[in-house]
Design a protein around this ligand. Structure first.
Ligand code: ZN
Length: 225
């Protein structure tokens, strides 16, 4: 039987090539000797996300894997995966935005955990945030804690799901990237725009607005500008 080894010096980062997960990747590189980034191909409209993820992991010299999750698009077609569904500019007050892919974080974290266990890795890093959760229920702390317990029970392994951004807003996420020496990288090489435009993005989609407001608040709060 294979030994259930535990490698606390390594971690797996769930990595999309966006602002939050890139900040988490930089955070992980300071904390762990070995960092493995995992991205998911789920038929997202913008393959550019995966191009950004490749570019960033190449630049940081991080081992990178892409997992096929096309099943997700089949199960939960939405505005991030289907070009015939338009991204809403504003989330409806009484509902989650149509960019929500049900269970996405749960599935990503579960697959990342299966991958991590094979390498004897227990620590899994994800950039979810309750402060900016924008209606995505599987970004909440209570869900992450619940899943962590479930993963431990499911695989008889002591996982530790780390969420460095859970309680900070976008302004402080920019501050963290800056403290980690990655402000330029996060500003120019990541993709968070729902319309697939790298860096500053389109400026109009909900994700660009959140990113821009956060950046302006960061400048005001920490840079006096
Ligand atoms: Zn945008």
């Amino acid at each position: 039987m294979k030994m259930n080894t535990r490698n606390k010096e390594a971690c797996v980062v769930v990595f999309s090539g966006g602002q939050d997960s890139t900040t988490c990747l930089l955070w992980a590189l300071k904390k762990y000797k070995e960092v493995v980034a995992v991205s998911f191909d789920y038929g997202q409209r913008h393959k550019a996300e995966l191009d950004c993820a490749k570019e960033i992991t190449d630049e940081l010299n991080v081992e990178w894997h892409v997992m096929d999750m096309s099943l997700l698009n089949q199960l939960a077609p939405n505005s991030l995966t289907r070009s015939d569904i338009k991204v809403q500019e504003e989330a409806p007050a009484d509902d989650v935005p149509n960019s929500v892919v049900d269970g996405r974080n749960m599935l990503f974290l579960t697959f990342a955990a299966v991958f991590a266990k094979q390498r004897g890795i227990t620590d899994i890093i994800t950039g979810v945030s309750q402060s900016d959760f924008s209606g995505y229920p599987d970004c909440r702390d209570v869900f992450i804690k619940s899943l962590n317990t479930t993963l431990n029970l499911a695989m008889d392994h002591t996982f530790c799901v780390e969420t460095p951004l859970m309680w900070i807003d976008k302004a402080d996420t920019w501050k963290l990237a800056d403290d980690l020496g990655g402000l330029d990288m996060v500003r120019h090489k990541t993709l968070t725009c729902y319309n697939g435009i790298k860096g500053e993005g389109c400026g109009n989609c909900p994700s660009c607005k959140l990113r821009k407001e956060g950046y302006e608040k960061f400048l005001k709060k920490y840079k006096n500008s």
